[in-house]
Design a protein around this ligand. Structure first.
Ligand SMILES: NC(=O)c1ccc[n+]([C@@H]2O[C@H](COP(=O)([O-])OP(=O)(O)OC[C@H]3O[C@@H](n4cnc5c(N)ncnc54)[C@H](O)[C@@H]3O)[C@@H](O)[C@H]2O)c1
Length: 252
């Protein structure tokens, strides 16, 4: 685990972390809550979400939400505003990998599911919280994309396309909201050892890892450190941008 040397002050801030029940989202939620934020986790996995809420303690809210469904996201936003009054920070982190398969054999329902969760879900969550951020002239949105969205991984067409869509959504929304104190940025991690990798074949994981000059998985706390800066007051100028976390695979 990287040594934490920077502490951003999130006192008084309300953060939503989608997919915050485990993995990168839980690490981000831990870091934000540990620096004073009240955190709402929106996730599908109720047992893991309950464990995360207990581990984070304090004011943490756990809301069951399938972000592929607009009705769920709208209800989660209402529940969060009812509990905490507003949303200042949105970490759009929930996602799935989908199967590893060549495009010509890619299951049609799996394709739709990946796009529904990984791209439409991000749109839904932004749509639900942006009006409040605009009204209060404050917001920080962090969209967790993937290095696959920049580079395109073979046998992962749906995931690569959805994550590239998230990068374009980030650029568009960042410009749209640039006149406000709202920053919309994306993060592109290389592989981290989380449950999402169980959806892939060992060959696919070795391919992805083999592309990383650092030669190792990124740790979830390394992702959380970058997310914390992106979500902080201090990130007051950069918007519509992509923060790279690929261990040297991409240098743009
Ligand atoms: N782990 C990696 O190698 C890696 C690399 C690059 C990008 N990412 C991205 O990071 C993000 C977090 O991934 P992770 O590695 O922590 O995976 P994870 O599987 O550990 O966590 C993902 C979380 O999202 C939740 N989720 C899934 N579908 C959902 C839905 N429809 N609605 C709400 N919640 C849902 C899951 O229940 C889970 O808690 C994802 O967007 C993923 O694409 C991961």
């Amino acid at each position: 685990m990287p040594r934490q040397t920077t502490q951003h002050d999130f006192t008084g801030r309300v953060a939503v972390v989608t997919g915050g029940a485990q993995g990168i989202g839980l690490a981000a939620a831990r870091r934000l809550a540990g620096s004073g934020a009240r955190v709402a986790i929106w996730d599908l996995d109720e047992p893991e979400m309950a464990r995360a809420r207990d581990a984070l303690g304090g004011d943490t809210l756990a809301v069951r939400c399938d972000q592929a469904r607009w009705e769920d996201v709208e209800a989660a936003a209402k529940a969060t505003e009812a509990a905490f009054g507003r949303v200042d920070i949105l970490v759009n982190n929930a996602g799935i990998a989908g199967p590893a398969a060549p495009l010509a054999a890619y299951d049609l329902a799996a394709w739709r599911q990946v796009i529904d969760i990984d791209l439409h879900g991000v749109f839904h969550c932004c749509r639900a919280v942006v009006p409040g951020m605009v009204a209060r002239n404050y917001g920080r949105i962090v969209n967790v994309s993937s290095v696959a969205g920049k580079e395109g991984n073979p046998n992962a067409a749906a995931y690569s396309a959805a994550k590239a869509g998230v990068l374009a959504l980030t650029k568009s929304l960042g410009k749209e909201l640039a006149a406000y104190d709202i920053a919309v940025n994306a993060l592109t991690p290389s592989p981290a050892k989380t449950r999402i990798l169980d959806q892939l074949t060992p060959e696919q994981v070795s391919y992805m890892l083999g592309k990383v000059p650092r030669g190792r998985f990124v740790e979830v706390d390394e992702a959380a450190a970058m997310i914390a800066f992106m979500a902080s007051d201090e990130n007051s100028f950069t918007t519509g941008a992509t923060f790279d976390l690929s261990g040297g695979r991409t240098t743009y």
